[in-house]
Design a protein around this ligand. Structure first.
Ligand SMILES: [Zn+2]
Ligand SMILES: [Zn+2]
Length: 268
């Protein structure tokens, strides 16, 4: 069986990038922060920046795209994204780049990268046009990275069912957001149908996904101001405990680190 592993390089509202090693290829899902920080994070893994074969971008928000312009010019990596996302990146680019390196994908499309490696883009309800999340399939194993979504749509959950590992958003603690210092308008945006998943919504989804076969979860994209690692972990494991399920026995959860790589999770 070829290596299939997911390693979040960093995760949170401050910047996101996830390395997926699958089917003999190295894929970056999103490239937030900056090129140097991506390279520093990769140095904590056994994959070098020049070993990255593809970058897939979920949406235009800066915490997912800030490093793309420099990274792709330096390492000549093809960038996949929806038309809206690629348009945004090209407008933000500081230097010209060959458009041929951009590969446009449709929402709902599956890209075959190798005989046993496919990536599917699934539309996400989020306040960026053309926003998607990705499912990576290699042989009979699969992983889903689902962050930046206001709610879990029927389409997303259908694709997530049965995945071996799922990186799912646990963006905010309900109470921390409500009683926190954000302006009311921003609070409404975050909690709205085009915003982010709360810890509670994440917990409900994790249970649903568990019931459909997933045993390994990574909680990611935590807000720096409206969440803590403990709140995210405890909300999800508490919900599962009420259903009689114990973390470490029935299923496994990691919370992705904000600024440095999280220990890799083998997809099996
Ligand atoms: Zn976003
Ligand atoms: Zn984001």
């Amino acid at each position: 069986m070829s290596r299939f592993e997911i390693i979040p390089l960093f995760s949170g509202s401050s910047g996101n990038s996830t390395l997926v090693v699958a089917g003999g290829k190295n894929i970056l899902i999103d490239a937030g922060r900056n090129c140097k920080q991506i390279c520093t994070a990769l140095s904590g893994t056994d994959i070098k920046p020049e070993d990255i074969d593809y970058v897939f971008v979920t949406h235009s928000h800066h915490d997912h795209t800030d490093a793309i312009d420099v990274f792709r010019r330096k390492y000549k990596v093809p960038v996949y994204g929806t038309a809206n996302t690629l348009y945004y990146i090209s407008r933000k680019s500081t230097k010209p780049h060959p458009d041929s390196d951009d590969i446009e994908i449709e929402e709902g499309e599956t890209v075959l990268l190798a005989d046993d490696l496919a990536v599917k883009a699934i539309s996400t309800p989020h306040d960026a046009p053309g926003s998607v999340c990705y499912k990576i399939v290699s042989g009979d194993r699969s992983v889903m990275i689902m962050t930046d979504l206001g709610y879990v749509t029927d389409e997303i959950i259908a694709d997530a069912y049965g995945c071996d590992v799922i990186l799912i958003e646990a963006n905010y603690d309900q109470m921390m957001l409500v009683y926190g210092g954000y302006p009311e308008e921003l609070k409404s945006r975050i909690a709205g149908r085009w915003g982010h998943l709360s810890n509670d919504a994440c917990a409900r989804a994790v249970f649903d996904l568990y019931e459909h076969g997933t045993r390994k979860f990574i909680l990611g994209h935590l807000s720096a101001n409206n969440n803590t690692r403990e709140a995210a972990f405890e909300t999800v494991t508490g919900f599962m405990k009420d259903e009689g399920l114990v973390e470490g026995r029935d299923y496994f959860i990691k919370v992705a680190n904000r600024y440095d790589p999280t220990e890799g999770t083998v997809v099996s």
